[in-house]
Ligand binder design. Structure first.
Ligand code: AMP
Length: 258
């Protein structure tokens, strides 16, 4: 699979990785960061659900595994992700939601940059939420099957997506027993990923048990505070000297300066 876009990128590829259990608000935060920073939001869960709804070969292979709340094979997810990050809009970077889910995936992604000879800067955020809050958020959450937006229990009066008017659904993997499996899978897999990134970057823990705007603001503040700190993938091929800043900052919609 070609990674020409990464190879041809003249400035470092900014990769923002957001780790967090189901219900931690990863999708919402990644979406807001994407708008604020002008980078594409790549959710491997959304990409996989798109394959399932289109009935592609991959979709048929992964549907049952997803419905059980288990993980898809590292190779299949990476193959799909490589296809996405090879697209033109990813040349300056992207925000990863739901990837990596294993240490092996993290290593494979870094190898992919090394193979492409791409210069990369990575930031890793880990959303921290109490288990009690996770259950509260996941119970009754509904999703727009078209655009993937998530509507929490507080918007119970809404039955349609306020962006495209599609009828909202409860995702099969948001049912209670599957949520238990997904939380258990996350708990088992997160430490090796954090350990992996701790070698080259510090993983920033973010208290995500706060209003959405506050969480976004603290991530943006941290990003800009660390922008001049070296966060390059250790093994990547980088030109000497400090990389030019490519992170744009916009004010997220409807919020005060953070
Ligand atoms: P998410 O929307 O991120 O909660 O992902 C939904 C489901 O898609 C997960 O429970 C997994 O079955 C699958 N999935 C998403 N991303 C990955 C990944 N990086 N590796 C393996 N499976 C994944």
């Amino acid at each position: 699979m070609s990674t020409t876009v990464l190879r041809n990128s003249v400035s470092p590829v900014n990769t923002i990785i957001v780790l967090g259990p189901p219900g931690s608000g990863k999708g919402t935060q990644c979406q807001r960061l994407a708008e604020a920073l002008g980078l594409p939001h790549i959710s491997t869960g959304d990409l996989l659900r798109d394959h399932v709804s289109r009935g592609t070969m991959l979709g048929l292979q992964v549907r049952e595994v997803m419905n059980r709340g288990e993980l898809i094979s590292d190779e299949a997810v990476l193959e799909m992700l490589r296809g996405r990050i090879s697209q033109a809009d990813c040349g300056h970077g992207f925000i990863l939601d739901g990837f990596p889910r294993t240490r092996n995936q993290a290593e494979m992604l870094d190898q992919c940059f090394v193979d492409a000879g791409a210069s990369v800067r990575q930031w890793v955020f880990r959303l921290m939420v109490s288990e009690e809050a996770l259950f509260r958020r996941l119970a009754g959450r509904r999703t727009c099957p078209r655009c993937g937006r998530i509507f929490g229990p507080l918007s119970v009066s809404t039955s349609k997506c306020d962006v495209d008017g599609t009828d909202l659904i409860i995702r099969p993997d948001d049912r209670e027993d599957t949520v238990q499996t997904r939380l258990a899978v996350f708990a088992q897999t997160v430490s090796p990923i954090v350990d992996y990134y701790a070698n080259s970057n510090s993983v920033v823990e973010v208290n995500a048990d706060r209003p959405i705007e506050e969480v976004t603001n603290s991530i943006l503040r941290e990003l800009h505070r660390r922008e001049n700190v070296n966060h390059e993938v250790q093994s990547s091929v980088n030109a000497p000297g400090s990389p030019r800043s490519t992170l744009r900052r916009h004010k997220p919609r409807g919020q005060a300066n953070g």
